[in-house]
Ligand binder design. Sequence first.
Ligand code: PNS
Length: 158
Amino acid sequence: MTAHKTALCPGSFDPPTNGHADVIGRALALFDRVVVAVIDNPSKESLFTLSERLDLLKEVFGGDIDVTTFSGLLVEHVRDVGADTVVKGIRTFEDYEYETQMAQMNHHMTGMETIFLSTRPQYRFISSSLVKEIARLGGSVGGLVPDAVEKALKEKMS
Ligand code: PNS
């Protein structure tokens, strides 16, 4: 009998991009279950409300994933949802520096493991911040975000 393994993909997802979708899709191929956890951080200004981000993730991935929110320590949420491993995408050296420090701190706290997936080259330059800037300035975000997110961005900006 094989043990069921759950990956948890945490982030702000303001909004979800095609880079996020790539990492989540690849996590789905590697794990039995994927939980996408959206941080609830009222002190950080966001374009999309928490519930809008949850709805967008559900619309994009349907029933393939579970979507949750958390506001405390990531390691506690991982434990609460019964996940085994955190999965994150790495685009750049800056991501590497930032993410490895968090992964090491999380491992120090609870022994939790983090697996990094190297972003596919075609998504390397995509970030939620740039997507929002382009949308604010009236540019096209086609090919950068899932269709549902493109539509939601258009509605936000109109
Ligand atoms: O999409 P983001 O903004 O890069 O996601 C960052 C996130 C939510 C993964 C990170 O801020 C996080 O894990 N926050 C939880 C707080 C926590 O556990 N802090 C200690 C980590 S060492």
